[in-house]
Design a protein around this ligand. Structure first.
Ligand code: PBG
Length: 322
């Protein structure tokens, strides 16, 4: 009448518990997003994202040296350009803000430098591609993405992360890289990126909100899981080295399904809105700080190999160098 199998044996004390710990956050698997702003003189806090800043190029240089010092291994860069136009031409300017930021990071640190590749920060329309008759033209956008990818590679980027959700973007970028001898540049594809309300704070941060309409004709419908897996499968066939699910918290089922289906390195992006929710709840004292550990652990437990999170800096700082 008593339990024969007692699960509580596994939990007796912290020494015993550590024997059975199944998943763990490895600081080197966390990637810190960094905003570099061509219009900024120093640094400015993003109002909806406490403790996250937009940096001028020189403030950025100090910041990434500091990140390296505390043990951060990888950053993902986002640029806010001084000039926007309909085709997002400053996105592939060899002296553009991201190109400069890549060179600065490669010259001053040993960080893995990942660059987000999109157009929404660079177009006057705020869309992730070229608009024709009120609609984003897929294939013309790919031509711009190729120029952008090549300019990132020329600047010395390690990993290119296309986030625009155009069909064929991974193949287009792989081709232009290979043709120019950049066979060793990795592609981290934002494969299943959903049209999500969780990007709100980022769009303030990067000044990249669409000026009309929304992104639903290219980003995914959050009702669809099977379709997300097809997106991931296609990116693998097109030559992606890492595939990503984004956002993270509301999409753990997709991460878990994809990890089981494909033998691929998987990343997940815990986006600005997720950061804002948790950060503000902790700041106001409604939730304890340990919630961050719980949430980051969930991403790894679900099957993610790499996690992009605005908590990366804090987490790594408080858990020491690895
Ligand atoms: C660019 C891009 C976005 C994010 C990453 N890359 C914004 C968007 O798609 O609107 C969002 C990141 C975040 O919310 O933290 N397309």
């Amino acid at each position: 009448m008593y339990p024969i199998i007692r699960m509580r044996r596994y939990r007796k004390d912290s020494n015993i518990r550590s024997l059975f710990k199944e998943s763990e956050i490895r600081p080197e698997k966390l990637i810190m997003p960094v905003f570099v702003d061509e219009t900024e003189k120093d640094k400015k806090e993003i109002p909806s994202m406490p403790d996250i800043y937009r940096y001028s190029l020189s403030a950025y240089e100090n910041y990434i040296k500091y990140l390296e010092e505390i043990g951060v291994k990888s950053i993902i860069l986002f640029g806010i350009p001084a000039h926007k136009d309909e085709t997002g031409s400053s996105s592939y300017d060899s002296n553009g803000i991201i190109q400069k930021a890549i060179r600065t990071a490669k010259q001053n640190t040993d960080l893995n430098v990942i660059a987000d590749l999109c157009l929404c920060e660079y177009t006057s329309t705020g869309h992730c591609g070229i608009i024709e008759n009120g609609y984003v033209n897929n294939d013309k956008t790919l031509e711009i993405y190729q120029k952008e990818a090549l300019s990132y590679a020329d600047a010395g980027v390690d990993i290119i992360a296309p986030s625009g959700m155009m069909d064929g973007q991974v193949k287009a970028i792989r081709e232009v890289l290979d043709k120019n001898g950049y066979t060793d540049k990795l592609i981290m594809a934002y494969s299943s990126k959903f049209a999500s309300g969780f990007y709100g704070p980022f769009r303030d941060a990067a000044e990249s909100a669409p000026q009309f309409g929304d992104r639903k004709s290219y980003q995914m419908d959050y009702h669809n899981g099977d379709e997300a897996l097809r997106e991931i499968e296609l990116d693998i066939k097109e030559g992606a080295d890492i595939v990503m699910v984004k956002p993270a918290l509301a999409y753990l089922d997709i991460i878990s399904r994809a990890k089981r289906l494909f033998n691929m390195p998987m990343a997940t992006y815990s986006v600005s809105g997720e950061y804002t929710m948790i950060k503000n709840a902790v700041k106001s004292g409604y939730l304890g700080e340990n919630i961050v550990d719980e949430v980051l652990t969930a991403f790894f437990r679900a099957g993610s190999d790499l996690v992009i999170s605005y908590f990366a800096e804090d987490y790594i700082k408080s858990h020491g160098k690895h």
